[in-house]
Design a protein around this ligand. Sequence first.
Ligand code: SAH
Length: 389
Amino acid sequence: MSTLQIHKHKIDSILRRHPWIFSGAIASETDKLKDGETVTVVDHKGQFLARGHFQHATIAVRVLTFEDRPTDDKFFIERISNAVQLRKNLQLLTDNNTICRLVHGEGDSLPGLIIDYYQGVAVIQCHSIGMYVSIKAITKGLKQAFGNKLIAVYSKSSETLPQRTDVEDGYIFGDCVTPHICLEHGVKLNIDWVTGQKTGFYIDQRENRNLLGKYALGKKVLNTFCYSGGFSLLALKNGAELVHSLDSSKKAIVLTEENVDLNNFQDKHKSIVADAMEYMKDLPEEYDIIVLDPPAFAKHREKRHKAIQGYKRLNANAIRQIKPGGLIFTFSCSQVVDKYLFNNTVIAAAIEAGRNVRILEQLHQPADHPINAFHPEGEYLKGLVIQVD
Ligand code: SAH
């Protein structure tokens, strides 16, 4: 195993257990290292600091452990077992809910690894080559944790590891016909990890969708950036009078309509294929509730300013046009826009729209998307429920 030395003045963040080591912190030659290799990281005196996956990238090492221990199969089996145990403790999987996130990267001390669970099927998405190389051990961990409850393991990393041309998506254990019908808060969902966005579904909005359900009785709802219709379905299940789902992707709208049909909610639902930024400028109808859940407008710090302008415009348009007393569920999943900046942006939108706004709820990612306290970047989903007077 290769050893990498860190510049003396760059060790603080490692000592604070931040799981990312940037390329600029490394004093050793790295040209001969292979992407995905496990490396030992030492300080300028040769003292052990960490062990992790190396990659020729800005984030050069993703730390697996700050203890001097092997990162063998046993290591991965243990980490997966801990992650599964946390979800068991959270009692997330019930008769009414068969979906959860099993591994949330740094939040589960497995940086670069996402595993989502869909009623017996684990979908693995690797964001680092090191995790991709470790996939056999990860699968062993899943098999041990679930026993015969595990139907299949699907690997889906071709999108997230574009630098590797040999990464193919497919089953690495068992198989399962898609769409696979799962449940979230009692609503039926067609989940298709093969053709869907990400691992097939945006699990992170589960509790926020449930909250929308609590406000939805008798209401007219517009769900923008709807993807497969998660928010729409929870509103319909809880007695919304009418729900309109909007997405710019025709494929997403097809998924939404299939899910609406699956639950027999067709009578109260209409879908719209449109660019939400354009559509929100001049709404043809009035709504009691509007959901704004756009994709990350900024993936990097340089894009932050433009992203803020986008959030402000979107929110100002919703605030200006919603019925008096109406509610807006507004979100941002941009990692570089923190909750304070997001709140201030929504407040700026309210000023621009010239209406009184009250914050009723402050929303975030659920507990199966835990945030490693030493990795604040892991806090990405933030939202507000605002009432427009
Ligand atoms: N709210 C969804 C997740 C949203 S993901 C849920 O609960 O599952 C973001 C969605 O926004 C994607 O489906 C994407 O197709 C859509 N999208 C991206 N840009 C858009 C735009 N300009 N207008 C409308 N939809 C857009």
